[in-house]
Design a protein around this ligand. Structure first.
Ligand code: RFL
Length: 387
């Protein structure tokens, strides 16, 4: 078994297969330091924590992660809080930086004797429709190589070799939401004890805690804006304005450690099984960061895939892998639907034409319903923390 990619999906899959006696090797393009320090997600759903708990892989996040169950919406009409941790199913997030989760999974995998090859880039998956697929690679020494296996798990994200090697029968459903965010990682304590969602005529602004010292902010920007278009001063002024710091208190300013522009897009590959090639994580489907679902889906799919592979390889259940595809896709589409709903909730329509005004009125009505309807709040909480 060859696993492409050492993100949350590939590393959880590697851990689960290895401890069930299934011979596997992880091939990872980047070096170990890069993998362990890549800051991305931070909000882990209750189901994600339960999954990691089931396999004894949650010790780090219980020790260093922090429970979180509140978000605050700020609009022209005022602000309100939703304590989603006591709504819906009463579930909370655990805030734990993705790079720490990846480090935990990697350490446990290596300590248990798992095999991983860093700086080994998969170039293509060949003969995926047959029983003996192979992966062509460029190794750490720059030399070409080839890995053969019974199955290949494509966990190498959106730009990996898996996506390039899909057979013609694969369908990729794609949606460009037409919105871009400047994502910022800031060396400053969180400015409020809640996730902050600010809807403003100038665009969306978001606030999410990562650690007591590090905070993530998002600023909606024009499509095509270079990440370095704004000075730090301009960024803070814009965040102050959209988060309405004048009314609700100042933001804790600090050094901007990282900035990147993200175009909000979604896609889903169907099915997730193509003969001996199996997809999980971002390789299976990309989800916009609007509802913080990507890393959670990666963990969920990796566990489903591990179970299916164990049923297939250890128990001879020939249908298990096809069932994996159907089960994982049902969860993926649920998350996509909620993520799309969040996008519509958070972004005002820029134009003054009839269509924009209509959409903006719908958005205001949706926020008002969220502010006042307990039923709507329960639905939100269930989908926001759940998978
Ligand atoms: P990853 O984590 O991208 O890992 C894929 C790995 O594959 C390697 N790779 C290759 N290896 C070998 N050969 C090749 N040809 C290869 N090509 C790539 C890469 O080096 C990498 O190590 O995918 P995985 O495991 O599917 O996990 C997905 C998550 O990382 C992703 O969905 C989340 O980070 C998305 N996301 C968020 N998700 C959440 O659940 N909550 C959040 O708050 C959240 N915030 C975010 C995010 C993503 C962001 N980015 C990437 C735009 C915030 C940001 C800024």
């Amino acid at each position: 078994m060859v696993i492409l990619g050492a993100g949350p999906a590939g590393l959880l899959l590697g851990n689960l297969l290895h401890r069930n006696g299934i011979d596997c090797a992880v091939l990872e393009r980047a070096d170990r330091m890069h993998v362990q320090t890549r800051a991305r997600a931070g909000f882990l759903a209750a189901e994600t924590v339960r999954t990691l708990d089931r396999h004894g892989l949650a010790e780090g996040l219980h020790r260093r992660g922090r429970r979180h169950g509140s978000c605050e919406f700020r609009t022209d009409d005022g602000r309100f809080r939703l304590d989603y941790g006591s709504l819906g199913r009463g579930e909370q997030h655990t805030v734990y930086p993705q790079q720490d989760l990846v480090t935990d999974l990697l350490t446990q995998y290596l300590d248990a004797g798992g095999r991983i090859h860093f700086e080994t880039e998969a170039l293509a998956v060949l003969d995926a429709s047959g029983p003996r697929p192979s992966v062509t690679v460029r190794g750490a020494d720059g030399r070409p190589g080839r890995w053969r296996a019974g199955y290949v798990a494509g966990c190498d994200g959106r730009h990996g070799a898996t996506r390039r090697s899909l057979p013609p029968g694969a369908v990729r459903h794609h949606r460009d939401h037409g919105v871009s965010w400047l994502g910022l990682l800031v060396e400053a304590p969180p400015s409020l004890d809640a996730v902050g969602y600010a809807v403003h005529d100038r665009g969306f602004a978001g606030h999410m805690a990562r650690t007591p010292e590090i905070t993530r902010y998002y600023l909606q920007c024009e499509r095509g804006t270079p990440a370095d278009a704004w000075s730090e001063e301009q960024i803070w002024d814009e965040l102050d304005l959209r988060m309405r710091a004048g009314d609700y208190g100042p933001l804790n300013r600090g050094r901007i450690l990282q900035r990147a522009v993200v175009d909000l897009e979604s896609d889903v590959v169907e099915p997730l099984r193509h003969g001996s090639l199996l997809l999980a994580g971002d390789a299976a489907g990309l989800i916009s960061p609007s509802a913080a679902k990507g890393a959670n889906l990666a963990v969920l799919e990796a566990e489903l895939l591990a179970r299916a592979l164990i049923d297939d390889l250890a128990h001879g259940d020939g249908d298990a892998l096809s069932r994996y595809s159907a089960r994982a896709l049902a969860r993926i589409w649920r998350a996509q639907e909620f993520s799309q709903w969040m996008i519509r909730l958070l972004h005002s329509s820029p134009g003054s034409d009839g269509e924009s005004l209509f959409r903006d009125s719908l958005r205001r009505s949706r926020i008002e319903s969220l502010r006042t309807s307990r039923t709507h709040q329960d639905w939100f909480a269930e989908n926001y923390v759940g998978l």
